[in-house]
Write a protein of this length. Structure first.
Length: 713
């Protein structure tokens, strides 16, 4: 659990880091453009742990599909597997962490060559309907595609973003500004990714200043909208480009192969004529020429080899090339076997380095059990003329034949480049055991926080005044479990507290990922003596304590409804005061009640809200106000108490609230409070930003010399 939380925290930290400046975002896009088949969350974690990764897959893929072993001591890249009810970790390895064994393959990672740009431009023009200036150069075409795809997908990409801006830098921006920034960032990010993957320099068109708005998305709650949209738009475009480049590579390799075969046939034909001429000059042979019946030259032998009969035995050139089943995956030590050494030790001494008996074996391909030579990326070999099988482009095991289709390429590329999206497969016993043993050794001393300590922390609630009262009232209203969890997460927000329980100090920290409880003054320095609760787990346990009557004393449970009434009254009062001139008179039947001072105005509004008829009529009026607010934001002078949000609160408030009963004799225990190191660090981080925000303008106003500015900064 500790390791899982570390990776969840790493994702959050990395999201804030890559969006802290245009340059950081561009560095991330450099990696994402290579890993375009992976989701934003997976790419984010791969970039955080291995920025230079190019092709990642799980152990099973490398071992069984690609015939590659993971290097001893290689460290896996941890990813979050959320396909199950409870999150878990899974590990992938980059191709640089592996090595080929017998029959091993190298992933095909397409690279656009200079002479392929013009054909690719023609293809893109046809597919995307480009014309005029957009077809002048590949850069122009990619820019046009990025612009069109942005406009086509903008609305869908931003769907739901408005509900996540609270607490982010976007919160103070109006809707139009947010849309403008999102459109510009999405278009530029798409173009940058496409250009980088095609080997072009996107900064010939763009500059860092075009990504300045990325800092407004510096939060894990809003950045995924941009990251996911970029990934989902770029992936199909680059897949299409990849197929096109692969087809061009295939045609080029096929043409080269045909030329090699023609040259080889011409050479052998000349040698044949020479032998015939020599035979005639030497008087010939009564049995004819010594030529093999299966087209080819006789087996080459040393001159000093003794003949045991008048007609020596001739071996078929293809007998050592298996026809069907590929070679089995061998141990990494088998790869060190000397060239020419066989596993059974019964091969004849005349065999070549691949176990074949004559020169035709040099044309056999590897990767299908036809010899043990390793192939380079994009390497191509020619099949023996005696063997009717086609050429092989040994990138990801793609058989090159006339019947090759795009679906074959998709499947082969998917095998490695999209390995992250494949279901989790059973582990390879030997290697996965080594990983598990390392993890077990790391967490062998981990001590679980006792359940009673966790309960005491949950009973305290969040840091805001009346937090436990709002939590109690929320659970008094029947809702789906997801709604309970969402409320608890928002109620706690981000922060921490230190509690001394049973004579021991515990640091508590909570954020959007969940709640951590650790022994000591911080939760961040160790994975020992610590527990992590997801918000689902925290919400479920609070609900259980309430049903058991062990969350709060009866006097506190009874105060929850009264507190909710007062808070709703205050929200209504503040919203009325934030309305533009003349709006309140249109919304409320009687505004006289709001013309009082606190606390009198709160008491009067509470009296009205306790009347079922008034509350029902108020909800109808608030619903009409919320609809009008969506059309015209100017009806509110300030937007802290937004009509649509206030409507949601009052609709919930109108539902039946069933009170809880405390267990007889249940009472809270008082616990001393202290400030944790995590709270101090968080406060100093905010304080530093505030100081810098004031310092920088002062420097440029009163310090005119550049050297002096630099010295002070």
């Amino acid at each position: 659990m500790g390791k899982l939380y570390e990776i969840l925290g790493l994702a959050q930290y990395e999201a804030e880091k890559i969006s802290s400046s245009p340059r950081d975002w561009l560095h991330y896009l450099d990696t994402a453009s290579q890993l375009y088949r992976y989701s934003f969350s997976d790419t984010l974690l791969i970039y955080a742990q291995r920025p230079g990764a190019t092709a990642c897959a799980e152990l099973e893929i490398w071992n069984h599909k690609m015939k590659r072993w993971v290097n001893r001591g290689a460290k896996g890249i941890a990813l979050i597997d959320d396909r199950y009810p409870k999150k878990r970790l899974r590990y992938v390895f980059d191709v640089s962490d592996t090595h080929k064994v017998q029959g091993g393959k190298t992933p095909y990672l397409w690279q656009l060559k200079e002479h392929q740009k013009e054909p690719l431009l023609d293809h893109l023009s046809e597919v995307y309907g480009l014309a005029g200036e957009d077809t002048v150069a590949l850069t122009s075409a990619l820019w046009k595609i990025a612009r069109d795809m942005t406009e086509e997908n903008l609305e869908e990409a931003m769907e739901g973003l408005e509900y996540e801006v609270e607490g982010t830098f976007l919160e103070d921006l109006d809707e139009q500004t947010i849309q403008t920034e999102f459109r510009e960032l999405l278009q530029n990010s798409i173009f940058y990714s496409l250009s980088r993957r095609c080997g072009l320099d996107p900064m010939d068109v763009l500059e860092e200043g075009d990504f300045t708005a990325i800092t407004d998305f510096r939060s894990m709650s809003v950045l995924p909208f941009l990251g996911n949209a970029t990934n989902q738009i770029v992936e199909p475009i680059l897949r299409d480009i990849g197929r096109t480049v692969w087809r061009m590579d295939w045609e080029e390799q096929k043409e080269k192969s045909q030329k090699r075969v023609e040259n080889s046939s011409r050479t052998h034909y000349n040698e044949f004529n020479t032998l015939m001429q020599e035979s005639k000059e030497n008087g010939g042979n009564e049995n004819g020429t010594d030529i093999l019946p299966q087209r080819g030259l006789p087996v080459s032998e040393p001159d000093n080899r003794k003949r045991t009969s008048e007609h020596r035995e001739v071996r078929n050139a293809s007998e050592d090339i298996p026809e069907g089943k590929p070679e089995e995956l061998v141990s990494e030590h088998a790869a060190d076997r000397k060239i020419g050494e066989t596993s059974d030790g019964n091969r004849e001494s005349s065999t070549g380095e691949n176990g074949s008996s004559d020169e035709w074996t040099s044309y056999a391909i590897s990767g299908s059990g036809q010899g043990g030579r390793s192939d380079e990326v994009g390497g191509t070999h020619e099949q023996s003329p005696a063997d009717g099988r086609g050429e092989r482009f040994d990138g990801i095991g793609i058989q090159l034949s006339e019947e090759q289709t795009e679906q074959d390429f998709d499947g082969a590329e998917e095998e490695i480049a999209s390995a992250l999206s494949l279901p989790q497969l059973p582990p390879v016993e030997k290697q996965i055991r080594e990983i598990e043993e390392r993890q077990a050794a790391l967490y062998a001393k981990e001590v679980t926080i006792p359940a009673e300590i966790v309960d005491e922390v949950l009973r305290y609630g969040g840091n805001r005044t009346g937090s436990h009262l709002r939590i109690i009232y929320n659970f008094m209203i029947e809702q789906p479990e997801e709604a309970y969890t969402e409320f608890v997460q928002k109620e706690y927000g981000k922060g921490g507290i230190g509690l001394q329980i049973s004579g021991r100090e515990y640091a508590v920290w909570y954020d959007e990922l969940g709640m951590q409880i650790a022994v000591g003054h911080t939760v961040h320095d160790t994975v020992f003596d610590k527990v992590f609760l997801s918000w689902e787990e925290a919400s479920g346990r609070i609900h259980q304590l309430l049903r058991q009557g062990e969350y709060a004393p009866q006097v506190v449970l009874d105060a929850a409804r009264e507190n909710a009434l007062k808070e709703h009254a205050d929200a209504l009062i503040y919203m009325e005061r934030d309305m533009a001139e003349g709006v309140a008179e249109l919304v409320f039947e009687d505004t006289e009640v709001f013309h009082n001072t606190f606390p009198t105005v709160t008491e009067k509004v509470c009296e009205l809200l306790e009347q079922p008829g008034y509350l029902a009529d108020l909800n109808e009026r608030l619903e009409a106000l919320a609809e009008y607010y969506q059309e015209d934001k100017e009806i509110m002078r300030f937007h802290f108490y937004r009509p649509d949000k206030v409507l949601e609160q009052f609709q919930k408030f109108a539902k039946e609230a069933v009170p809880y009963q405390a267990r007889e004799g249940f009472a809270w225990e008082e616990h001393p409070i202290f400030i944790t190191q995590d709270e101090i660090d968080a406060f100093l981080g905010v304080a530093a930003l505030i100081v810098m925000e004031g310092l920088v303008p002062m420097l440029f106003l009163f310090r005119t010399k550049v050297k002096e500015r630099k010295r002070i900064l």
